[in-house]
Design a protein around this ligand. Structure first.
Ligand SMILES: [Zn+2]
Ligand SMILES: [Zn+2]
Length: 363
């Protein structure tokens, strides 16, 4: 079928709205008519060229929601009309990590830009067009069944898109990766789409104090709205000093929801003994930060990575929907601005400028 999508031909250039041919769903795949797509920082890395190795032309988008439109042979759990949130980590069903419940660590993930079987499902005038994960900026997409997670159909499908990356990633980083417990202190670097969800996750564990750190006062205001009890503005306050003042010993956990290596370096230095730093922001390709092993060893401090909130989307997404319905987490409030599909360039500009918690492309 013919679908429309903004296509990135070259990094740092405006995307082109094109009509693409989309292959029919194959064995175990479903076609989804997209309803909304969040504008995620990982796609911005492809867009602005800060991550290398992205094949082009490519359709971006790793966070979306829609309605199942067609199912391929062998699909067991989904039917036409189901409301789904798209996961960028389908389970292969056979590797060690998928079987442990961590499909974001799958060993059989197709090459970047490709679908299972080393093919692209989008084509334009006989040329292959790549997909950035599920490519949620396509008006229709085809994904493996396990990448379309069924949710209740009485939940607003538009905002459910955000569950597919920023909500699951941020919430899970606090709850699963950091394993926060009531009364533990936590500092969150970066109060954008992912960081705000880490704050919500921290609040739901009973952590206190919950410290939001950012360079923009507008983001810190949002941090407070999402439950931060303290905020630090990096541009005019000294993080180490402020954290000492608030906590005495340092924080029990740091969650770094930005790609800044200086935040990552600062993040482990403000840890109390036995504290854990959780890194979920991705710096530019090749960027590193120095670590003093003495600080880690002498205080039994840990630095860990977190991918997709250390959880299984098939379990986490429906749970996050329930938490949103019960009012325990906010999702609609994350959306700063809505865009049409052909305004994706503007959405990226605004994201890069730090103007939004989350931009939402609505089809
Ligand atoms: Zn994402
Ligand atoms: Zn796997």
């Amino acid at each position: 079928m013919l679908i429309s999508a903004p296509v990135l031909m070259k990094a740092r250039e405006k995307m082109e709205m094109l009509e693409l041919e989309l292959d029919e769903p194959r064995f175990g795949e479903v076609r989804v008519k997209m309803v909304a797509s969040g504008v995620c920082h990982s796609c911005l890395h492809a867009y602005d060229g800060s991550h290398s190795g992205i094949p082009m032309p490519i359709v971006l988008g790793d966070e979306g929601s829609g309605i199942v439109d067609a199912v391929g042979p062998g699909v067991g759990h989904l039917a036409k009309g189901d409301h789904v949130v798209i996961s960028w980590a389908p389970t292969c069903g056979s590797c060690k990590y998928c079987n442990l419940g961590f499909p974001a660590l799958c060993l059989n993930t197709p090459a970047i830009g490709k679908a299972n079987g080393d093919v692209t499902l989008f084509h334009h005038k006989g040329q292959d067009v790549y997909h950035y994960g599920p490519a949620t900026y396509g008006s229709y997409i085809v994904v493996p069944e396990s990448a379309a997670v069924k949710i209740r159909d009485d939940f607003p499908l538009e905002i459910a898109a955000l569950i597919g990356c920023s909500v699951a990633t941020g919430y899970g980083a606090a709850v699963n990766s950091a394993g926060l417990r009531p009364g533990q202190s936590v500092a969150i670097f970066g109060c954008g789409g992912v960081g705000l969800n880490a704050i919500q996750g921290a609040v739901s564990t009973g952590a206190y104090p919950v410290i939001g750190i950012d360079v923009l006062d507008s983001k810190l205001e949002l941090a407070r709205e999402f439950g931060a009890t303290h905020t630090i503005n990096l541009t005019r306050q000294d993080v180490e000093e402020e954290v000492k003042k608030i906590t005495g010993l340092g924080v029990d956990a740091t969650i770094v929801a930005v790609g800044s290596t200086s935040a990552m370096e600062q993040g482990y230095k403000i840890l109390a003994k036995q504290g854990i730093e959780v890194i979920l922001g991705l710096p530019n390709t090749g960027a590193t930060f120095p670590v003093d092993p003495g600080i880690l060893m002498q205080g039994e401090r840990r630095i860990v990575g977190s991918r997709y909130g250390t959880g299984n989307p098939l379990v986490e997404f429906p749970k996050l929907v329930e938490l949103a319905i019960s009012g325990r987490i906010k999702i609609a409030e994350l959306v700063t601005k809505r865009y049409d599909l052909d305004e994706a360039d503007e959405a990226f500009r605004s994201l890069a400028a730090g103007e939004q918690a989350r931009g939402l492309i609505v089809f």
